[in-house]
Design a protein around this ligand. Structure first.
Ligand code: SAM
Length: 277
């Protein structure tokens, strides 16, 4: 009998992957965690029935959420990741030689443990450790409420705005991020699908614009996520992502991010521009 795992992306739309093997299903204090080995995506992580990452396309999300903001800032030394329990964002951030400290605040230690066991290609930094990397198991919302102004870059690698991630999509959280950044700091958040989460995207973009002097949204093509196109939104105190001199960027061995995309990812289709008017 064929086994399929479906994510209901809207109440009328689902993405289903045919499963070779169910590797793990369990309930943590925060969410249901599943790891499935699938035919099209390879091993994949789902939280509360929502696909988070897969061996097939994880490089796209992790390279784009990490390298784009890291190259907007000319010299990021102190970096904070909120969420990011699979370790993929940390893996990319520690590749930047100027970085001195990477803190990651993930609410669910069970996600970290499960990813180390079943997605070791993504969780390299979690498995092997890294002298610059520091993991704290705790709520990113509480962490930001108390954080001082010492970060250059904050990367919000969160799940959807339901369950433990809900408070990561609020004006209060964005104001806390603003306060916790140095005078020239910037933050980025994964901000869902421009097709299926339009009201959320419009609202959070306004909330970020009300707090940060510079707000920009960029896109990446990610087959796992609803509609295959995913948004990321930057709030910046000083540096404009559109002003990066890409010719000065170092060469980095990547599979999706490149110097051309560093800026062109911010070129938005008209229907997305119109959401932000
Ligand atoms: N790439 C993914 C996506 O866009 O679907 C995100 C992956 S990562 C696994 C998301 C992580 O955010 C999860 O491990 C979840 O436990 C964590 N998370 C959710 N709410 C959180 C909170 N309030 N504080 C810290 N981490 C949180």
């Amino acid at each position: 009998m064929e086994l399929w795992y479906s994510e209901f992306q809207t109440k009328d739309l689902s993405l289903s992957a045919r499963v070779k093997e169910t590797l793990y299903v369990g309930k943590s204090d925060f969410q249901e965690i599943a790891v499935l080995d699938t035919f099209e995506f390879g091993r994949m992580l789902a939280l509360d029935g929502v696909f988070q990452t897969s061996i097939f396309d994880e490089f796209i999300y992790h390279e784009m959420i990490a390298h784009v903001p890291m190259f907007v800032h000319p010299n990021p030394r102190n970096v904070l990741i909120i969420g990011g329990g699979d370790g993929g964002t940390a893996r990319e951030v520690v590749r930047h030689p100027g970085v001195e400290r990477v803190e990651m605040v993930e609410i669910d230690g069970a996600v970290v443990d499960v990813c180390k066991k079943f997605l070791p290609e993504i969780s390299t930094v979690l498995i092997n450790g890294h002298d610059k990397f520091h993991l704290k198991i705790g709520d990113g919302i509480d962490h930001m409420a108390q954080a001082e102004d010492n970060y250059d870059v904050i990367i919000v690698d969160c799940s959807d705005p339901i369950g433990p991630g809900e408070g990561l999509f609020t004006s209060k959280f964005y104001a806390d991020c603003y306060r916790a950044l140095k005078a020239d700091g910037l933050f980025v958040q994964q901000t869902e699908s421009p097709f299926y989460h339009q009201s959320l995207l419009k609202r959070l973009r306004k909330d970020i614009e009300n707090i940060f002097p510079i707000t920009r949204t960029y896109l990446a093509q990610i087959p796992l996520y609803p509609g295959g196109t995913h948004c990321f939104t930057v709030g910046s105190k000083k540096y404009d992502p559109l002003a990066v001199d890409t010719a000065t960027l170092p060469d980095l061995k990547t599979r999706y991010w490149n110097k051309e995309l560093q800026k062109s990812a911010f070129a938005l289709p008209t229907f997305v521009q119109e959401l932000f008017k």
